[in-house]
Design a protein. Structure first.
Length: 74
């Protein structure tokens, strides 16, 4: 696939922002739910780390879907 897009392609800017926002939201919800249920929980740093991990997975899924869509257009 010579026309395969890179991770930093301009068409991937919006998916990167979406993945980052949803990932951080999921991370803070995970930590916040523990704090609500137990009264104690992990620190917010753990929420950021979990959020970045979730955002990375979401970005990877969006990248794979977009690269498959471009490959089918040819």
């Amino acid at each position: 696939m010579s026309d395969d897009i890179s991770l930093f392609h301009p068409r991937m800017r919006l998916p990167a922002v979406i993945a980052l926002v949803f990932g951080l939201t999921l991370g803070f919800l995970a930590v916040g739910a523990q704090r609500i249920i137990d009264g104690t929980g992990q620190s917010l740093v753990a929420g950021v780390v979990l959020g970045l991990l979730a955002g990375g997975f979401l970005y990877g899924i969006m990248y794979r879907n977009l690269s498959q869509q471009i490959a089918q257009e040819e």
